[in-house]
Every structure is written in C-alpha cells, then in structure tokens.
Write a protein that binds this ligand. Structure first.
Ligand code: PAF
Length: 275
C-alpha cells in the first residue's frame, strides 16, 4: 500500500490508479464497519483509496477531539491487509493551512438531529469531504449507513455542487448483540457496554410498532421503553430518507433514527425502511 501525507503526493498517487477508483474516508480507529466499506469498494472498483484524518472542523469545543481513539499503526496494517491501494493520512496543517477559510453549508439538513446537538458538525464534515473528493477524485464514495444523516448530507452536497462521484451507502455492521460498530464503543465500560444494545432494540421496536399499524407517537413511546433506564435519550424519530425531515406517518423510504448517552458516551444508530 502506498501512502501520502501531502495533498500534492496524494494527487499523484490517486491520479495514477486504474479506474474505477473507490474511496473510503475514515477518522481511523478502524473496526469491522470500516473494513466492510473497503470490502464493498474492492468488490465494485478496480482500485481502492482510503483516508485517515481526525477532522478538527467537525468536533465542537467541548467534544472529544483530543481523546478521539487513535491507532495509526494498526489502522495502516488493517487497510493494507484489506487491499487498499493508496492511503492519504494528512496532518491538520496540511488540510487547513493558515488562512484556510472555506466552509460548505447544506442548510436545514445539517441543522437537524445530529446537527442540532452538535452545532457546526455537519459544516465540518461537508467541508472535509469536499476537500478529500477534490484530492482523491474517486468514481465511487463509500459511506456507512450507521452515520445516515452524514451519508444523506454528503449525497446532497454532491448533487448541489456537481461533484462527479457516486455515493454507495453500505449497511451497518453490528456486534452479535445488535450494537452498531463504532469507534466510540471503545469508551463504554462493561456496564454501559451491556446497556448499549438497547438503542438498537428501541429502533426495532419502533419499526415493529409502525409496521403493525400503530401511530408514530405510540411507536416512539414503545421504542423509548426498550431503552436501558440508565441511558439518556437525545432523540428517537421517524424521518424521510432525503432531507431527514420528521414524518408524521410512515412514508417510504424513511429512517428510524436514535441517539442516546450511556454515561458520557453518545451513540447513534438507525434503521432504513424501504419497500
Ligand atoms: O464518518 C467519518 O468517519 C467522518 O465523518 C468522515 C466522513 C471521514 C469525515 O471526516
């Protein structure tokens, strides 16, 4: 696996790869979900690029930028073993040199749910993904469904700004008890780890209730009752799949989305509902 830490070198390496080129952007601390993205990219594309960059722009002032799990050596080994051809792993000063001032804002979609709890988060995500797409120039961008609002937002950015790339959303990879794989799961202590799958159970309960014909409010109440009593629910809702706008009744395609805190660890999850 070749790797680059500068934009200039990355452009040269990615530019020389046979097409189609698949791209998997990450913040490192890689788990099975990331490796599934690489597998999907390998299956679909002639070559695969990846990035590791803990993007300061998408962290709020009181968030976990400093403590975000970092494991660059193992990450590199995992990506090489998974068949990534080129890795781009820049430092923050390479991506945001002095004077950097651009921002990509996607409006209301970036201000709901995760955007409301984490002001500025999606501006940071959209800005870095725009930059990464301009450096890598992939044919297909692979994103995980676990961060559904992010995937929908990046899809909107690609349409609104005419990026010449297709987005592939890859289904969430789960632990055997249903917990969605996430780098932040490493923050959970054993008690919280045992409680955390209740977020997935809450989503399943909402889905079952909606499919049984119950109204949204009743379905959300049933789902909320599934969540561990020790957890603090941020939101549990039914939204449309294009703008993440809350729906009053089931209209496909849609997502059931949830976010909850287990101790100080905030986890998100969702289910995609389609016909
Ligand atoms: O999902 C992530 O890991 C990040 O938000 C992304 C897409 C790599 C942008 O920093």
């Amino acid at each position: 696996m070749d790797s680059a830490v500068t934009v200039e070198r990355a452009r040269a390496l990615f530019g020389a790869l046979p097409r189609p080129l698949g791209f998997v952007p990450t913040m490192g601390a890689l788990h099975g979900g990331h490796l599934e993205l690489v597998r999907r990219a390998r299956a679909r594309c002639a070559t695969v690029g990846a990035s590791i960059f803990v993007n300061p722009l998408q962290f709020g002032p009181n968030e976990d930028l400093e403590s975000y799990p970092r494991d660059p050596e193992h990450d590199r080994e995992k990506l090489a073993a998974a068949g990534v051809d080129v890795l781009f792993a820049p430092e923050a000063r390479e991506m945001y040199p002095p004077g950097f001032a651009a921002a990509v804002d996607l409006g209301a979609l970036g201000e709901r749910f995760e955007g409301a709890v984490r002001p500025g988060h999606f501006r940071g995500v959209a800005t870095v993904v725009a930059k990464l797409l301009n450096v890598v120039r992939p044919d297909v961008l692979f994103l995980g469904q676990k961060d559904a609002q992010q995937a929908v937002l990046v899809g909107k950015m690609i349409r609104d700004l005419d990026f010449a790339v297709e987005v592939a959303i890859v289904p969430t990879v789960r632990e055997s008890d249903g917990l969605a794989m996430s780098s932040r799961n490493s923050y959970l202590d054993p008690t919280q780890r045992a409680q955390a799958p209740s977020l997935h159970k809450a989503l399943l309960r909402v889905r079952d209730a909606l499919e049984a014909g119950r109204g949204k409010n009743d379905a959300i109440a049933e789902g909320t009752a599934e969540l561990s009593a020790a957890a603090k629910l941020d939101y549990l809702d039914l939204v449309d799949a294009r703008e993440f706008a809350p729906l009053e009744r089931l209209r496909l395609p849609a997502y059931i989305i949830g976010a909850a805190r287990f101790g100080s660890t905030r986890l998100i999850d969702n289910l995609w509902l389609t016909s």
